[in-house]
Design a protein around this ligand. Sequence first.
Ligand SMILES: [Zn+2]
Length: 341
Amino acid sequence: MVNLYPWLTPIYHNITAAFSQGHGHHALLFKADEGVGAENLVTATAQFLLCQASRSEEKPCGRCHACQLFQAGSHPDFHVLAPIDNKDIGVDQVREINETVAQHAQQGGNKVVCLQGAERLTEAAANALLKTLEEPRANTYFLLQTDVNATLLPTIYSRCQAWMVASPPQDTALAWLQQQPVVVQSAEKTDEILTALRINYGRPLLARETLAQGLIEKRREFLRAFWLFYQRRSPLELLPLFDKSLILQQVEWITAFLADALKDKLEIRDGWICLDLVRGVRQFSEKQSVQGLLEANRIMQQMRSDLTRITAVNQELILLDGLTRLITEVFCPESDSGRAD
Ligand SMILES: [Zn+2]
């Protein structure tokens, strides 16, 4: 069976217990952020529903014919509805599924439809699906997956039993990350793993990717360059170090550093992101004013929103403008008057 991430086990047991006790819902809606592994939960639930032996057990057996077909990706009563070529899910796709589930299950058991990206249904598609959800068929289950912030037609929402798949507690995520081969091999220290987690808002799969790509080290190098930029007041030295494929992350690295400096200044100890650079953050914040750090955070947020809004052609100008403002409005002489180097 699909390997369930440890933080998903409790919710999986809640879902399957309901089915085992005979009151499972015909349409489940999984609301989740990217990077918490919700797709695994959906797959495990699908296999559970298709397994011919799992009615009384808590997990699919992995041995029956249905499980074998499912694991081979060829179970005839398992259907996936998802955006094709990143286009919205159209009404024709839903009609096709509706016709398929109107027929008998080929394996004589349950039929399961996984709907990935439910927020991508066009209005017509959503209405076509709604009709099906309103008239549940025996042995037919819909598993809808959607982004946590996505808006779904309220009428669809009201037909589903919603499950929220949240990021795990930090300790759970940390313990899991420490066991990951990519993390062990690179001998990451705990504060680096925690930093990777916090950069990714506590989402373990994204944190693992960050660690696997060596981005924590890259980020430290980049922040060292940021420090030099700050000391030398030289935007043109930092500018070439922005990497087109990482640009938003790099802006976020600086933003997190400045936000932590502000927290340090205000003596807020919770929620720091740069746990691997605490000393650097403190050294930096000593030389800044609260006012200056507030302004720096505003400048970085502006930079980020400009970068996401405007075409790539202007990226360099946006960066140069933001970095120059940091110097003239934040790091300008009066903010570190009396400083002895
Ligand atoms: Zn089975």
